[in-house]
Write a protein that binds this ligand. Sequence first.
Ligand code: B3K
Ligand code: ZN
Length: 876
Amino acid sequence: MRDAQPRTVYLKDYRVPDYLVDSTRLHFELQPKATLVKSQLQVRRNPEAGEGLPPLQLDGVELELLSVSIDGELVPASRYRELPEGLSIPVDKAEFTLEIHNRINPEENTSLEGLYLSNGMYCTQCEAEGFRKITYYPDRPDVMSKFTTTIVAPRQYPVLLSNGNEIERATTEDGRQVVTWEDPFAKPAYLFALVAGDLQHVEDRFTTASGREVKLQLFTEAKNIGKCEHAMRSLKKAMRWDEEVYGREYDLDIFMVVAVDHFNMGAMENKGLNIFNSACVLASPDTATDASFQRIEAIVAHEYFHNWSGNRVTCRDWFQLSLKEGFTVFRDAEFSADMNSRAVKRIEDVAMLRTAQFAEDAGPMAHPVRPDSYMEISNFYTLTIYEKGEEVVRMIHTLLGAAGFRKGSDLYFERHDGQAVTCEDFVKAMEDANGVDLGQFRRWYSQAGTPVLNVSDDFDAASGTYTLTVKQSCPATPGQEEKLPFHIPFALGLLDSDGNDLPLDAEGNTHKVLQVTEAEQQFRFAGLQEKPLPSLLRGFSAPVRVCYEYSLEQLQFLMRCDSDEFNRWDASQRLAFAALEKLQADFRNGDTLQLPAAVIESYRSVLQNRELDPALVAEMLALPSAQTLAEQAQTIDAEAIVAARDFARRELALALKDDLHACYLRLCNEREYSPSAADIAERSLKNTCLAYLAVTQAADAVALAEAQFAAAANMTDSAAALAALLNHAADDVAQAALQTFYDRWQGDTQVVELWFGLQSSSASWGTLGNVRALMQHPAFEMKNPNKVRAVIGGFANRNFTRFHDTDGSGFQFLAEQVIALDKLNPQIAARLVTPITRWKKYIPEMGEKMRAALQSVMDSGNLSRDLYEVVSKSLV
Ligand code: B3K
Ligand code: ZN
């Protein structure tokens, strides 16, 4: 647990490492409570670090030190110093072999960082600073070393894995297995991995573009062996895509993936041995929803892509995290767009960015894509680093074009292969390969906050000139009062009154990317017959908010005619947002709520549009989530948001009942399940219709949900029907469905997680009492992050209605759970506390209740560094 005031680490203090480690030999004797770790490091003074021989500083946390030797000589304990989080060893030569023996306790390790046990299987998680929980080491990404790993384990762990290639296998006299792995690529310790367990595997092969054969293996517990096919297929697609789009081939002879149940995040890109949260790799049609299928495809690809963007070229320090994460998310997003519907992928990503990343940017933990400081790096695996970081890379792609971007990425990989580098090196490679200046663009890396573009226009009929005035600003964020103007690629089109795109230049281009670089700028378009309608920020070409006064008619027109599918959706969101804002105001004033007929008719025409991709129709029909509305509000009045949204949803459902029903029936089919984009799109629209119909609570609508629940041949349909019943059927019907579902799936970990999540996130079913009861369920486990995320996270993040109950009980509940969790798993506790850190944005009576809950976390005392950082920064 933490010192009184945890230290803050600053980017400006970065120094190259004093010593380098040319090779690392690790030897593990696995025991649940007392694993013996022996490490042998070839250490060398870093010639770039200056003169003299300073003491060797090693990181180490929660380790039992047994011995230290240098060149075979035991160093007496009186010579070295044990520090609170490491070891300081005096050095008198520039090159030496350091040998350290220490013991660790994997069974007690509930932080899931370092070496730990998950369902009896040993596994590791070392990023960012978990290796120091395994042995003393210079645990920083700019120390890259060649690792050889020997694992000794009893027979009940027949599978013993580490990075690279297996080079030796033997049995000890007492019958234990000994396996040695060697990774030919130098890597930082955060990419080290070890797995030992009684696992089965599926195997496949991939032939690279240059004709090398790679063995692909996916390991899991025997009961899950039938759930590996989709991930394996996704892996092969990703390997091919990276060759075709980036010219990147895989570099080892074997690529392994292991599924584990206890995991803090989605997955980890350890060299040659990716470790996955089971929920992000295992799927079968009857147990996984479409969303899971797509998430698995994306995450398998993401981790695979890291082999180049992260492993071959890694980060110099953790301030550069977005170098690998932003770039790799961009790579996986483009991969998913190529494999599925591009527009729908973009809509999903932007909806998430706007809801969650914009909120982060406006909250107490706001930070730039390349932060300047942190207390605990685990707190910086954020939406800003990942998703806004992605947007920054995407903007470079937009500015340079696909071919220019590829030239830049080729140069980046060639120039920096085998190095630990910075975001600056990435931008420089892009500049050098294209002969462009991205000087001002770099502000995206250093300035936090979401820029706002205020757009107004004017048409001079006499000269046929249309003028757009764009003003940019960016709100203050912690530590950054004033912002300089950003370089914003602002894509747009202009529509004539027939809905056609107008030519925007002499070449007749109808799509243009304006370079917004000043605080205020004007752009002129000449030779127009009539005032055009602007379609702004097409494809969401920059992570900004655009304010432009569209009329209801103009939005309806864009929803119908815009050639940019993303902006059609965006117009639907603007239209819904305006309507919901009015309803919120009426609710607050005690006025009668009314949804204008014109709004209802816009939805009807979307629903009746048979030309559009059904997935796009589903996205356009869905009202912005309560979380999105909260993010967009000046001051959050949760009660008004819920009242307005529930009212609008019900009005739409009642008015469109017949269309919804017809659409639902049209999309029902008996086809065998496939996670293809076309089939997913149809299920998405069908289940959107079902959810709307259920809102009416009419007997025939509930019967429809019951029938779908009974007959569903895949998990997408089954879960959608169960959700509809939980939200809108009578309690006894919902209860019976829950029981049937549990009886059928209780043996399946992933489905039970889904079952938990559906309940805790249901506005009707997920009452605080029911959520507390779920935590008593035998399948709930506080030490398992997936269960915590499903039950507690489902309630706090996805059950807006109940979590924001006006008595504040939801906030107190969250505070209690966060305090309890912090003792087990600080990373998860620090993440889970987020909803109550945004208290300043709420109306005072609710904000105060949230703040009090947050204060009670602080007052509970002895917080982990992770939780302390978030809570202390949020109470300011
Ligand atoms: N790089 C890992 C994240 C590690 C998080 C450690 N707290 C997964 C990923 O982004 O691919
Ligand atoms: Zn990643």
